[in-house]
Design a protein around this ligand. Structure first.
Ligand SMILES: [Fe+2]
Ligand SMILES: [Fe+2]
Length: 191
């Protein structure tokens, strides 16, 4: 791998995966506590959902869907019936589960007795989905994509990623969203 690739778009996405996995692990730990001790920690759970919605979905999946995947497709990686189609489908499922978690959290606050269990089911499904999704991107699609993109593709994507990452996600900066992972680990312990 040359230095250009080592600082390229795939490296940015791989680093974001590590931040997402830290929050996924905290979410798993909070769900263990709920199942084992009945403790439903609303405030940190709301932070997890906010992070997953704005960082994992808007910022990270947004860059993959709008910028990386179209380039990979143009370099010959199939979309329909291929790895890109699978990744897009999983993003959609993840989006739905994030909405389910947000809805269950709101319902739980208004005293809906079944809402906590609905949150648990959506969270467990999300944890499983995202863990496997990230594994597939890190170990299959990104390796393949990094080899197939030419230096121009790499440079263009790097610049486009910088532009997205300098923007805001519902008024929250990327750095601010990344800090949520630190805060959650400090509040809840590492996963
Ligand atoms: Fe993805
Ligand atoms: Fe990803």
């Amino acid at each position: 791998m040359n230095s250009e690739q080592s600082e390229g778009p795939v490296k940015v996405l791989r680093a974001e995966h590590q931040v997402i996995l830290r929050v996924v692990r905290v979410l798993g730990k909070l769900m263990d506590r709920f199942e084992q001790a009945g403790e439903f920690a609303e405030a940190p759970l709301a932070k997890c959902v906010e992070f997953l919605r704005l960082f994992a979905d808007a910022c990270h999946h947004g860059k993959e869907e709008d910028l990386l995947f179209p380039v990979l497709e143009s370099r010959g990686i199939p979309r329909d019936g291929g790895p890109i189609g699978v990744m897009l489908y999983e993003h959609q499922i993840g989006r739905g589960l994030t909405k389910d978690m947000a809805g269950a959290l709101t319902a739980a606050r208004t005293g809906d007795a079944t809402a906590r269990t609905r949150f648990l089911q959506a969270a467990r499904h999300y944890i499983d989905l995202l863990t496997n999704h990230i594994f597939k991107e890190d170990n299959v699609l990104f390796d393949m994509g990094d080899r197939m993109m030419n230096p121009d593709d790499q440079r263009t994507l790097t610049n486009q990623f910088c532009a997205v990452n300098c923007g805001a996600f519902e008024g929250r900066r990327r750095e601010e969203l990344q800090q949520i992972a630190d805060e959650l680990e400090a509040e809840c312990g590492h996963g």
